[in-house]
Design a protein around this ligand. Structure first.
Ligand SMILES: Nc1ncnc2c1ncn2[C@@H]1O[C@H](COP(=O)(O)OP(=O)(O)OP(=O)(O)O)[C@@H](O)[C@H]1O
Length: 251
């Protein structure tokens, strides 16, 4: 039997903004069902990389395949399989969560019955159901983030990409979001997230990629990274700081 295509395969990816090269040749393969954490200092190139994957930026060079689909050759087919949750998601404030989810489901061409069932399940799961008929404009940051996450999941994507999904969330809401992501991962969804919160990466993800200066500096499971750098039992935070400061040699 043929091996299934990777969920994401990036080869030689580069992106320049004018003179500045933000992504300098990244190769990365993520298998279906993996929960992958992309870490890196501010300005490392994480968001730029992910924006190219989701089709919001055109690469300067390189290729991206999503479940075997070349995103440059067939962007629509690639996008149908992806959900993207940016760090500052855009919600239509005048809409209620139910209206917002109906709207997003409509954009994906999901039939009304399925959309209603999925919206109800997501809103219940994220404890927004009691607020389903309130306009989003009155929501806290955390509630807005959850409504946006529900919108990202309404078309049941195979690949979920989230840029700093937990920033600014209180402990209870962060827990709900983390639990939902872990549940989706267990159900077979491939998830890629960026985070600056090392404990989140340490607890949640299967594999970690560290980007610095537009290049992939290190990659592997936490245990692989520890082994490779002779740091048995080290926390991800210690490893990360040693790698990006050059105290540990990337391999
Ligand atoms: N639209 C843009 N125009 C010019 N330069 C940009 C643009 N977007 C990003 N950059 C630059 O590209 C580099 C990579 O930025 P990017 O946002 O991808 O990093 P990041 O790793 O996501 O950072 P952070 O953790 O702070 O979100 C940075 O030097 C940034 O200033």
């Amino acid at each position: 039997m043929n091996k299934p295509a990777p969920a994401l395969e990036i080869c030689g990816l580069r992106k320049s903004y004018g003179e500045k090269e933000a992504v300098k040749g990244i190769d990365l393969t993520i298998q279906p069902g993996e929960f992958y954490g992309l870490l890196g200092p501010n300005g490392a190139g994480k968001t730029t990389t992910l924006k190219m994957v989701v089709g919001l930026l055109n690469p300067s060079a390189g290729s991206i395949h999503v479940f075997g689909t070349d995103t440059a050759a067939d962007p629509v087919a690639a996008k149908r399989q992806i959900a993207w949750l940016p760090d500052e998601p855009m919600l239509y404030d005048k809409l209620t969560p139910v209206e917002y989810l109906e709207f997003v489901a409509g954009l994906w061409g999901i039939d009304a019955r399925t959309a209603t069932d999925r919206a109800e399940e997501l809103l219940t799961r994220l404890e927004l159901f009691d607020h389903r008929h309130e306009r989003c404009e009155g929501f806290s940051r955390g509630m807005k983030q959850k409504a946006a996450l529900a919108g990202a999941l309404i078309h049941d994507p195979r690949l979920l990409i989230l840029d700093e999904p937990l920033t600014g969330l209180d402990a209870a809401i962060a827990r709900q979001v983390k639990d939902l992501l872990a549940e989706r991962a267990r159900a077979g969804c491939t998830i890629i997230l960026t985070t600056h919160i090392m404990e989140v990466a340490e607890r949640l993800v299967d594999r970690i990629g560290i980007i610095q200066h537009g290049l992939l500096l290190a990659e592997g499971t936490l245990d692989e990274l520890r082994q490779r750098h002779g740091r048995d039992g080290a926390s991800l935070e210690d490893l990360f700081l040693d790698l990006v400061s050059g105290k540990a040699v990337a391999a």
